[in-house]
Ligand binder design. Structure first.
Ligand code: AQP
Length: 334
């Protein structure tokens, strides 16, 4: 059975990009592989945030993942900070990575640009290394993620290979498992289709949250940026020249499991496409919201899932950490 690992940050409200780019693949994989899914709360500390929001957000995210369809009998769901081996291995990998390669990470450039690089937290700079530790601890073969994580996955592979060649075979070198282009690999912001839909986005109108009610979804889809051309053949799938409408087509195609070109062929004007898309999104998120409300009424049961997940994760992670400690010449206390 192949080993699968992936994570999601408990920052802000989870959105359609998270569901279509990552979480629905996690659900599809959970009975095919030995899957570890993690709420990566330590990553949330790389940007300013409120402690109470982080605490609530972690439980909310775990509850939502269960509501969306993760089955704790089929996969291991846990919280990153509950398994100390993540930060322990991160240090070994920080001593494997170079400053130059971390400087090339585009997410650091983008996020640090907002408040200036001087003021950016050092953790924002090194967080791709913590992400590498998350993955490598579980002898991971495959990492289902959206396209925005491609560069971090390359770094993870480079670090694993460098460590192995420096200290002897220690880590499995993982493969990224990214949805095919146009099938949810990179869902764009509805107000700014040149940017990916993101929890930390400044425009709430551009992001469809998984907790949005039907009216809000209808409004956001209706106001989504398309372009001035609304002639009889305005609906075309061409991301380079028509990014706004292509994003809407891609969303509908991904939800319906069809090719974006085939979906575009069904429509002429934007109005009908937007109406069908809003309906499809509502039908997708409503059952998740119902399941969420029922699970959230018993937070103790989600805590129990996370406790048992952390126990299982800890066992696997400690064995890998021990191998890595030994390889570099450290000793673990007995
Ligand atoms: N727009 C997206 N399209 C497809 N997949 C996406 N993912 C995120 N956005 C999209 C995938 O979701 C998983 C969890 O990622 P995350 O927790 O980093 O989510 P985020 O929305 O990207 O959150 P943030 O806090 O705004 O972080 P930034 O902007 O720094 O990424 C991942 O598999 C991701 O690929």
């Amino acid at each position: 059975m192949s080993r699968v690992f992936s994570g999601i940050q408990p920052t802000g409200e989870p959105h359609l990009g998270n569901l279509l780019g990552a979480v629905r693949w996690w659900i599809a994989d959970q009975r095919q592989g030995d899957c570890f899914y993690c709420v990566v709360d330590l990553h949330a500390l790389t940007i300013p945030g409120d402690p109470a929001e982080l605490r609530n957000g972690t439980l909310t995210m775990a509850t939502l993942l269960l509501a969306a369809g993760l089955d704790p009998e089929a996969c291991t769901l846990f919280v990153q900070s509950h398994v100390p081996a993540h930060t322990q291995l991160a240090w070994l990998l920080e001593c494997t990575a170079s400053v130059g390669e971390l400087r090339r990470m585009t997410q650091f450039k983008d996020k640090s640009a907002r408040g200036g690089e001087e003021a950016a937290r050092a953790g924002l700079f090194t967080y791709p290394v913590l992400m590498a530790a998350d993955i490598l601890l579980y002898d991971t073969d495959r990492v289902p993620v959206g396209d925005d994580q491609r560069q971090h996955l390359e770094l993870t592979r480079d670090l694993a290979q460098r460590f192995n060649s420096r200290y002897g075979e220690t880590f499995v070198v993982p493969e990224a498992s990214i949805p095919p282009a146009g099938r949810g690999d990179r869902i764009m912001d509805l107000q700014d289709p040149d940017k990916k839909m993101s929890k930390s986005s400044e425009s709430a109108q551009g992001t469809i949250g998984l907790f949005d009610d039907p009216k809000t979804i209808e409004r956001k889809v209706k106001r989504a940026v398309t372009d001035a051309d609304d002639g009889p053949d305005a609906v075309r799938y061409h991301p380079a020249t028509k990014p706004g409408v292509s994003n809407l087509v891609e969303l509908l195609a991904t939800i319906q499991g069809r090719r974006p070109e085939d979906v575009a062929a069904d429509y002429t004007r934007y109005g009908a496409l937007k109406a069908d898309l809003a309906e499809a999104i509502i039908a997708l998120v409503e059952p998740i919201q119902v399941a969420y409300r029922s699970l959230a009424s018993e937070p103790g049961s989600v805590d129990a899932v996370l406790r048992s997940g952390a126990k299982r994760a800890e066992g696997v992670a400690r064995a890998t950490l021990a191998r890595a400690y030994e390889a570099v010449g450290l000793t673990l206390p007995t």
